[in-house]
Design a protein around this ligand. Structure first.
Ligand code: GLN
Length: 554
């Protein structure tokens, strides 16, 4: 389908008025619409903060860290891109001010600038432009590259990025670029009106830098942008009326592309880029949205974690629940519950978690709330409530069984208690001696072999799977035999590797025998990072299916 004769086209998306305005979902939705018309897209996010990547940031600060197959720790917007589009995501798909300065400073130290003074313009802006070009170097059949610029126009730290875009437009030709500005149009109750002035100011700030948007996406909350306001934005911002898009809050988020399509966003973009408006087919997507809307049966999941105060801290898990709901024709109602509530001496899981049909314990780091998680894992195991553990959620299940089934009273992970007499979870061999924190975990996709006649095998219906990791600790195989014999554990997923000439088997999935528990399964990897509405993740689907069965048995 790709038309290699045409030059590569670029869409640049900026944000105005406030942050967290949904640029990521807007880019992802547009990507989906363009793909549905047979165009191949690439997509990336540029973040103006100084961290080299978000991997070192607390989820309270920045939300989830999304991991790509090639092991990059990236912004959570890449999760949206993956869920809506087929774009190939890699470490090229996300960059930051920190990464850009890092590269420029390294080049300076290597003497690459031949005695010149190194400056924001041209050296930093050149590096930004190089990264935009590098996005598509491995794929020569991409038609359209979508570049999202994080932050808000007017921020000091966004300036080099916007300046680089201004230059880039001239270099590749204005006819090959489309600028989209996403802004907030707030509703002011006292005036009973949507106010377009902040959008006008934000566009003015953009024009000061030399960028004229072609399209403005107006986030209006629950209100609708009426014709009169649309005309006003068009007039003041110098954008044709068909380029003013009304983006109301829509649920489910997977219906957002349909709203954009109704307003011909994709057609307007293709015309601006001089591309043919091909017939589109969105039927598969419409079908999943309809299935989401029409599901009536509900299943209630308690999701236990420590970053529950930030709505996006477990973004991909939340979405994977939604996808598993589509696969099971039900609505998954999940509630994140702070694990500290179940720490010793506080609330009992028996008092709080009785009414749920399934329990998930999510990923996490450090000591806070870990005893609470161990208590919850015990509660789910003893009460035969479907249990799904992810990463730390697998590790706490192991610790719990060690303490309560194997009789190893002070069993722990060495992450929390390096002196534990029973280190059932211990540091991965290659992590010994690693002290640097950025990008040093076991990251990215690794093969995992599933064992026959297990829940994991049944869920995936294949032997070899690839899932993404982000951890430093693992199941300590010295205890394997004890767990199998005394706890009824099955090791259902194994990664085989040669490490420093030693054959090693890493335990990637554990489960309990079906006669002990109807559905108890936990994995060391992060299955949520590969789930999409069109391809729901197999373990999530199986977990939700077992929760439905549990509900109907009750
Ligand atoms: N802290 C644990 C480890 O590093 C679990 C990590 C996670 O849950 N992503 O192994």
């Amino acid at each position: 389908m790709a038309n290699t004769k045409l030059p590569l086209k670029y869409i640049f998306t900026t944000g105005g008025v406030v942050s967290s305005i949904g640029k990521g979902i807007a880019c992802a939705s547009l990507g989906l619409l363009l793909e549905s018309r047979g165009y191949k897209i690439a997509i990336m996010k540029m973040d103006p903060y100084i961290n080299v990547d978000p991997g070192t940031m607390n989820p309270f600060e920045h939300g989830e860290v999304f991991v790509t197959d090639d092991g990059a720790e990236t912004d959570l917007d890449l999760g949206h891109y993956q869920r809506f589009t087929h774009a190939k995501l890699s470490r090229r798909s996300n960059t930051t001010t920190g990464a850009i300065y890092n590269a420029v400073i390294q080049k300076e130290r290597d003497g690459a600038y031949l005695g010149k003074t190194v400056q924001v313009i041209p050296h930093i802006t050149d590096e930004i432009k190089n990264r935009i070009r590098a996005l598509t170097v491995d794929e020569d059949d991409v038609d359209i590259a979508i570049i999202e610029i994080g932050g808000t126009v007017g921020d000091i730290e966004s300036l080099p990025f916007l300046e680089a875009l201004r230059q880039f437009r001239l270099e590749v030709g204005p006819e090959n670029c489309c600028f989209i500005h996403v802004t907030l149009v707030p509703y002011i109750e006292a005036a009973n009106e949507l106010k377009t002035k902040p959008t006008q100011h934000s566009v003015r700030a953009l024009r000061d830098i030399g960028i004229q948007p072609n399209i403005i996406i107006c986030r209006t909350g629950i209100s609708k942008l009426e014709k009169e306001q649309r005309q006003k934005v068009a007039l003041f911002c110098d954008v044709p009326e068909e380029g003013i898009i009304n983006a109301q809050d829509i649920s489910p988020i997977y219906a957002i592309p349909l709203n954009f399509k109704e307003q011909n966003l994709d057609v307007t973009v293709l015309k601006i880029l001089g591309l043919e408006v091909r017939e589109g087919d969105l039927s598969e997507w419409i079908d999943i949205v309809n299935r989401m809307l029409s599901a009536t049966e509900e299943v209630h999941i308690a999701a236990v974690g420590k970053y529950t105060g930030h709505g996006d801290a477990y973004k991909s898990i939340n979405e994977a629940f939604v996808h598993a709901g589509i696969a099971n024709n039900c609505k998954v109602k999940y509630e994140w519950i702070d694990s500290e509530r179940f720490d010793p001496g506080k609330e009992k899981p028996e008092e709080v978690l009785q009414g749920y049909h399934g329990i998930l314990i999510g990923p996490g780091f450090g000591t806070r709330g870990i005893e609470g998680k161990i208590n919850v894992a015990r509660f789910a195991r003893e009460n035969r409530i479907p249990y799904f553990g992810i990463c730390l959620g697998m590790q706490v299940a192991v610790i719990e069984m060690a303490r309560n089934c194997l009789g190893l009273k002070n069993a722990h992970t060495t992450e929390v208690n390096p002196q534990t007499p029973h280190p059932v979870i211990s540091l991965l061999t290659e992590q010994k001696g690693v002290s640097s924190k950025g990008g040093t975990m076991r990251l990215g996709a690794y093969p995992c072999e599933l064992q026959p006649d297990t829940r994991a095998y049944k869920a995936y219906a294949q032997t070899l799977i690839y899932e993404r990791h982000r951890h430093r600790y693992e199941f300590n195989n010295a205890y394997r035999k004890d767990f199998i014999e005394k706890a009824g554990m099955i090791i259902s997923g194994i990664h085989h590797r040669k490490f420093m000439d030693m054959e090693e088997e890493l335990t990637e999935i554990i489960e309990l025998k079906t006669d002990i528990h109807p559905w108890f399964c936990a994995c060391q990897f992060h299955p949520e990072f590969k789930s999409t509405p069109l391809k729901p993740q197999p373990l999530f689907c199986a977990f939700i299916k077992s929760a439905l069965q549990y509900k109907n048995m009750k």
